[in-house]
Design a protein around this ligand. Structure first.
Ligand code: EPZ
Length: 427
C-alpha cells in the first residue's frame, strides 16, 4: 500500500488551487437519476469516491462520459444520462466501500417508484445510522421495508405524494435524500430543521437549475413543490470548503503565507473565525482567500456543530494545528461519537492531547517530531499530514487510501508550495 513521506520544518509559500467539493459532488451525481435528459457537472474533483459513485450509477443504467477540465475549472467535466433506469438496487459490495451510495435512495424512489439499497453499516467515526433518511422518506409517503441487510423504499401507485417532516437531529445526508425525493412528488413537502451546509445549497441550486421549485434555500425550513418531471442542466460543483480549511491549517502550523484559490470565505466563516481567534490573519482576495499566520498560535476553545457552526469535518485538522499553539485548547466533538482516532497518532509525534469523552484538551507543545503514523479515516489522515509538515524530521503516513477519498493530488499541491512530501509505493 502507498505511503506518504514528509520531511517537516519547511516554510511554504504560494497558491493552492482548491478542487470541487467531494461532499457536494456525491449528492449532485445521483441527481442524474431525476431526469432522462443529460446532466453535465463541471469542476468534479478527481477522487476515488467520485469514481465509485460513477460506477454505481452505471449499474443503475446511467451513462457517464468524462471530459477534461474547462480552463476556468480545476476539476473534470462529467456528462451523465439516465435515459432509462434499468436497475434500482445498490448492492452491498459497493455500499460497504462508499456509504454515500445511500444517496441514490431518494432519487431512485422519485424517478422509478422504488429503490433497494444495502444498509451502509458503521464506519470508523461512528455507527452512522440511516433512520432519519428512512423516517423522512416515509413522511413523504414512501413505504419502507428492511430485510436481509437491505432497505427497500416504495412509492404508492400514483407516485410519491410528498409530506412534512421535522428532523429531530440535523442530518446532511437525510436532508439530501428527502430533497431529491420531494422534487418529483405529487404535492408540496416541508422539511424542518433541515441541514443548511453549503453543499445542501449547492444541491438545491442544481435541482432548481433542473426545474425544481424549492423555497427557503439556505434556511432550515425548506418547502418543495413537486414537479412531474425535471430537465437536464449544466452545473459547476462548488469549491471544497473543507479542503480549503485543511490547507489553511497547514499554512497556520508552518507559519506560511498561502493563497487558497477558489475558496469562498462566506462558506467557511466558522473556520475563518476560529483561525482568526488562533491569531491567523485571513482575508478574502479576488480569486479566493489569503492566509497569513503571524508566527505564533493562540489556544482556542470550540465545539463542532451543524452549519453555520464549526464543521466536524474540520475538527481533526484544526486539532493538529493547535498542537503547536501556546496554551491549552479545548475541542468538543458533538456530531460523531468516535472522531478522535487521530489523537494517539498525533501524541506519538510529540503532541500532548488528553481525551475525556467527547472533549479533547490540546496542551500546546514547542516541537513535534516526525514518526511512522497510520491514517484511520479521511480527516484524521489530513491531520497527520498537517502535523508532519511542522514536525522535525521524517513522518511516514500509511493507509493513505483514506486520503485519496477526499484530497485530490494532495502531494502535488503541497510540493508546489515548497513542502518536502512524496508518495512511495508500499510493500
Ligand atoms: C455528511 O455525512 C458528510 N458526508 C460528512 O463528511 C460530514 O461529517 C457530515 O455530513 C456532517 O457534516 C457526505 O456529505 C458524503 P449526518 P452524513 O447525517 O450525511 C446522525 C467527510 O469527512 N444521524 O449529517 O452521514 C449521525 O450519526 C465526511 O467528508 C442519525 O442519527 O452526516 C451523526 O451523529 C465524514 N441518523 C449526525 O446525525 C441518520 O439517519 C450527523 O450526521 C443520519 C444521521
Amino acid at each position: 500500500m502507498d505511503k506518504i513521506i514528509i520531511r517537516g520544518g519547511k516554510s511554504l509559500s504560494g497558491r493552492i488551487p482548491i478542487s470541487g467539493a467531494k461532499n457536494s459532488a456525491l449528492t449532485l451525481l445521483p441527481c442524474a437519476l431525476l431526469t432522462d435528459e443529460p446532466l453535465t457537472l463541471r469542476n468534479l474533483p478527481r477522487l476515488a469516491d467520485v469514481d465509485s459513485f460513477g460506477h454505481l450509477l452505471n449499474q443503475l443504467g446511467v451513462s457517464t462520459m468524462i471530459e477534461g477540465a474547462r480552463p476556468e475549472d480545476f476539476g473534470r467535466v462529467m456528462t451523465l444520462r439516465a435515459g432509462r433506469v434499468t436497475a434500482t438496487v445498490a448492492p452491498y459490495d459497493i455500499v460497504r466501500k462508499m456509504r454515500a451510495s445511500i444517496l441514490v435512495l431518494g432519487p431512485l424512489l422519485a424517478r422509478a417508484g422504488e429503490a433497494t439499497v444495502s444498509l451502509p453499516g458503521g464506519c470508523a467515526i461512528g455507527n452512522r445510522p440511516i433512520d432519519l433518511h428512512l423516517k423522512a422518506l416515509e413522511a413523504l409517503g414512501a413505504e419502507i421495508e428492511i430485510t436481509a441487510g437491505y432497505v427497500t423504499a416504495r412509492a404508492p401507485k400514483g407516485g410519491l405524494p410528498g409530506g412534512d417532516f421535522g428532523f429531530p437531529v440535523v442530518s446532511v445526508g437525510a436532508t439530501e435524500n428527502a430533497l431529491m425525493a420531494a422534487v418529483l412528488a405529487k404535492g408540496t413537502s416541508t422539511l424542518r430543521n433541515a441541514a443548511r451546509e453549503p453543499e445542501i445549497v449547492d444541491l438545491c441550486n442544481l435541482l432548481v437549475a433542473m426545474g425544481a421549485h424549492i423555497e427557503g434555500i439556505g434556511q432550515s425550513t425548506l418547502v418543495i413543490h413537486g414537479k412531474d418531471r425535471l430537465h437536464g442542466a449544466t452545473y459547476r460543483v462548488m469549491a471544497d470548503r473543507i479542503e480549503a480549511g485543511s490547507y489553511a491549517c497547514a499554512a497556520a502550523i508552518t507559519g506560511s503565507p498561502l493563497d487558497l484559490i477558489g475558496a469562498k470565505l462566506d462558506e467557511m466563516e466558522a473556520t475563518v473565525a476560529a483561525l482568526r481567534q488562533a491569531g491567523v490573519q485571513v482575508d478574502e482576495i479576488a480569486d479566493g482567500i489569503a492566509v497569513r499566520p503571524n508566527g505564533t498560535l493562540n489556544a482556542v476553545t470550540l465545539s463542532t456543530a451543524p452549519f453555520p457552526g464549526f464543521a466536524t469535518d474540520m475538527q481533526a485538522q484544526f486539532m493538529a494545528m493547535l498542537c503547536m499553539a501556546q496554551g491549552a485548547s479545548v475541542l468538543t466533538e458533538t456530531i460523531f461519537e468516535n472522531r478522535y482516532m487521530h489523537v494517539p497518532e498525533l501524541n506519538r509525534m510529540g503532541a500532548h492531547i488528553e481525551v475525556k469523552g467527547r472533549t479533547a484538551v490540546v496542551h500546546g507543545v514547542n516541537r513535534m517530531v516526525g514518526a511512522p503514523v497510520m491514517a484511520t479515516d479521511l480527516r484524521a489522515s489530513m491531520s497527520l499530514i498537517i502535523a508532519g509538515l511542522a514536525a522535525e524530521g521524517e513522518t511516514e503516513v500509511s493507509r493513505i487510501y483514506h486520503l485519496d477519498r477526499g484530497y485530490e493530488r494532495l502531494e502535488e499541491k503541497l510540493q508546489a508550495v515548497g513542502a518536502d512530501i512524496e508518495r512511495v509505493g508500499g510493500d
